[in-house]
Design a protein around this ligand. Structure first.
Ligand code: SAH
Length: 407
């Protein structure tokens, strides 16, 4: 039984010889999975010269296909109950895999191929849909029509050897397909991933799913984020999965400590001198800069705050050097597979002047985090005598951190 009839209106029927020489498509034609009827536009041409084109009204270069031959050719085609007429034009809607799926259940597709400068505008009335195969201009509609025939027939039942090969395919689920390998296992030093030869089918399934997300994010993240994708029922699951693959996480940290007598004033590991001999109060050395960076680092991975890891109730942390705590936090971050992309901090203090010491602070933090100094920005500001910092009741610090997932 024939599943689908293509009726093609073209000036170059010979172009469709390609279909007689193209593997599965030719086999499908031989097996009568589809029918290909070519309608030579020339036969419907006007006058003894069988004229099909003419100069455009209003002038301009090139020739335009006349409407009468196309209408005649279209009229001559016996219409089946479930039929659509497609007009090939670079001005049409760009062809997507779901279009092919949609048309695969039709009885008949009539395809009109343009040539030269195109066709008389009134030809558009014949079309149910205007289709472009991409944002570029070809010389005729034959290759676009063959593209549609090719893409469509491989979807017809019985055309492909293994119907399963259609399911995971690129553009079927808005995800690109996972990478394929076949023998040999090592080719020019390039190995087939171990997982594929492990025989563990569950693991292979997971690996493939993972690769589909990775590939799509890397190459075509426009597919993942496009609106209609979000409308899919499985969007929630996919959104979560793609979050897992997110390469960046951002965190923010804030800390404030009181200024009191009899304490050291340590910021970013640098010991400062306050004009009134004030220092920062706290269980540890109360280094607000290190603390806010630690909170930002932990926050970026939703790991809580420093109080959770170094509770003030624990004697171990009494007067501890906060740079040491910072070294512990960065260890934790790296263990989870993340790296610092950059840090931006601002210290809010009325006195003493912080700016002369910023470079020293930067050096200390970079050494502990083992990052280049270009990755960290430290700024200082007064609070214009406003609020607790302005009244010199305390010194505070805000930090923002961007973490990047290591490959
Ligand atoms: N002057 C026309 C293009 C004519 S190209 C314009 O600017 O719109 C000649 C014919 O080739 C078209 O009528 C159309 O049938 C076909 N064609 C060219 N590029 C195409 C594309 N990207 N998709 C579908 N058909 C195309």
């Amino acid at each position: 039984m024939t599943n689908l009839n293509f009726d093609i209106i073209t000036l170059f029927p010979k172009a469709f010889d390609l279909i007689n020489n193209s593997g599965v498509i030719t086999r499908a034609l031989e097996k009568n999975r589809f029918n290909l009827n070519l309608h030579d536009l020339r036969e419907y041409g006007e006058g003894s010269y069988k004229q099909v084109d003419d100069k455009p009204y209003g002038g301009g270069s090139g020739m335009v296909l006349k409407p009468e031959p196309i209408y005649k050719a279209h009229d001559s085609i016996n219409k089946l109950p479930n039929t659509k007429t497609l007009l090939m034009t670079p001005q049409g809607k760009v062809l997507k895999q779901p279009d092919l799926l949609r048309w695969s259940s039709l009885d008949q597709l009539i395809i009109i191929c343009g040539q030269y400068e195109g066709f008389d505008e009134r030809v558009r009335c014949l079309a149910d849909e205007e289709v472009s195969i991409g944002d570029y201009v070809l010389s005729g509609g034959e290759i676009p029509a063959i593209t549609i025939i090719n893409g469509l027939t491989r979807l017809l039942p019985g055309t492909l050897g293994d119907p399963g090969s259609l399911i995971d395919e690129s553009h079927n689920s808005y995800l690109l397909e996972y990478p394929h390998y076949t023998r040999p296992q090592i080719f020019q030093g390039m190995r087939v991933p171990d997982i594929l030869v492990s025989g563990n089918h569950e693991e292979i399934k997971l690996w493939r799913k993972q690769k589909m997300f990775e590939r799509t994010l890397d190459r075509r993240n426009d597919l993942i984020f496009k609106e209609d994708y979000k409308k899919l029922p499985k969007s929630k699951r996919i959104k979560e999965d793609s979050n897992e693959m997110m390469k960046f996480r951002i965190g923010n940290g804030y800390d404030i400590h009181r200024l009191v007598k009899g304490r050291n004033l340590i910021i970013g590991g640098v010991k400062l001198q306050h004009p009134d001999d004030l220092g920062l109060d706290g269980h540890s050395d109360a280094d607000v800069l290190s603390h806010s960076i630690m909170d930002a680092l932990l926050g970026a991975l939703s790991l809580g705050d420093i109080g959770k890891y170094f509770p003030p109730t624990d004697k171990k942390w009494k007067n501890v050097d906060s740079l040491f705590l910072l070294s512990k936090v960065i260890e934790l971050i790296r263990k989870q597979g993340w790296e610092v992309n950059n840090i931006d901090s601002v210290i809010v203090a009325e006195r003493p002047k912080i700016n002369p010491f910023v470079e020293l602070m930067k050096n200390n933090i970079c050494k502990i985090l083992q990052i280049e100094d270009s990755l960290i920005g430290i700024k200082a500001t007064t609070n214009e005598k406003l609020g607790p910092e302005g009244r010199e009741e305390g010194i505070s610090c805000h930090s923002v951190v961007l973490l990047e997932k290591k490959e």
